[in-house]
Design a protein around this ligand. Structure first.
Ligand code: ATP
Length: 305
């Protein structure tokens, strides 16, 4: 449990917010080159999906974060704690909050779970503390917490450029998907460290994906999947190719890795088809979900009291 800051006055009635924070997948991810600041220039199509963490936020005199997830840091480096601390400082708030994080999104899995939690913390605490900050203002904090956090403040389907933090919405569709995670995490910097100039491309895969989404045809989306990081991850982790082969053998229209991995996803014709595929690929050592692409916000207020 993390505790920050001094005691402050209670405002009266205890308020309680419940939020869901959805994961994302990268339908296409290209590395365009390397920048002077050491980061890679990317072009990506990110899509929110309905596999989500849950955050329960309550009024409190102090700021505290609890999570039962064993593979998430339980110190100040937890992204929920970092987001809460950053917002409290930026908004000069003296109140606290008690935040409970229930993880369902696998950790270090290329699904952006930590960034989704950070975005949900910003949305939830600005509501709890009555800040009425615009998304544009939250963005300024979001980008200091992680490249993908601005995406989660919006959700749906977006085109991401720069390090992935410059985003613009694109037309999305209710895509049925199957996610498969091997239960082993991958380090994002280590995967990017294996990228060579031969893996750079010109943005054409991402443009193709944007057009495929506009067609609203799962088969066309499946044919346009692309991830430049997949070769790096697959060379070090044999499970990536095994999971993709299992998805295709089970009837997926196409399969690819998400982000820096190691989660892979398959595109299905319908949600029923996704559930059939999920049942066929399920193995004891893999975690599998049939999910849908989300067209609205990635962060949703589930209950408020
Ligand atoms: P990235 O955003 O770096 O591509 P990812 O999507 O693969 O990451 P995350 O689940 O966001 O994976 O975890 C990235 C790292 O952040 C992990 O090393 C994890 O320990 C740390 N982390 C900190 N806070 C959280 C959190 N609330 N949930 C998940 N991971 C967290």
């Amino acid at each position: 449990m993390l505790r920050f800051g001094a005691l402050s006055k209670r405002s009266g009635v205890t308020r309680r917010l419940v939020l869901s924070a959805s994961a994302k997948i990268n339908l296409a991810l290209e590395v365009l080159g390397k920048r002077d600041d050491g980061y890679h220039e990317v072009a990506t199509v990110m899509q929110a999906v309905d596999l989500s963490d849950r955050l329960v936020i309550e009024d409190s005199e102090i700021l505290e974060v609890r999570t039962s997830a064993p593979d998430v840091p339980s110190d100040g480096s937890n992204l929920v704690a970092r987001a809460a601390h950053a917002l409290r400082e930026a908004a000069a708030v003296s109140r606290g909050a008690r935040i409970r994080l229930d993880k369902r999104i696998p950790v270090a899995a290329g699904l952006g779970g930590g960034s989704a939690d950070a975005a949900a913390t910003l949305v939830g605490l600005s509501r709890l503390w009555g800040l009425r900050w615009s998304v544009a203002r939250l963005d300024e904090l979001a980008v200091t917490l992680g490249t993908d956090v601005p995406f989660f403040l919006r959700g749906g389907a977006v085109l991401g450029t720069g390090r992935g933090e410059r985003i613009e919405p694109v037309v999305g569709m209710a895509l049925p998907l199957v996610l498969v995670n091997p239960g082993v995490g991958a380090s994002t910097p280590a995967i990017y460290g294996g990228v060579t100039p031969a893996m750079y491309s010109d943005g054409s895969h991402v443009r193709q994906m944007v057009a495929a989404l506009r067609s609203r045809r799962p088969a066309r989306v499946a044919a346009s999947l692309y991830n430049a990081l997949e070769r790096v991850a697959a060379a070090a982790h044999g499970q990536v190719a095994q999971m993709e082969a299992a998805l295709l053998a089970a009837g997926a229209l196409g399969a690819a890795m998400s982000g820096s991995g190691l989660t892979v996803f398959g595109v299905a014709r319908s949600f029923d088809h996704a559930r059939q595929i999920r049942a066929r690929v399920a193995r004891r050592s893999w975690r599998c979900w049939a999910v849908r692409a989300i067209r609205g916000p990635a962060i949703r207020m589930r209950r408020e009291r």
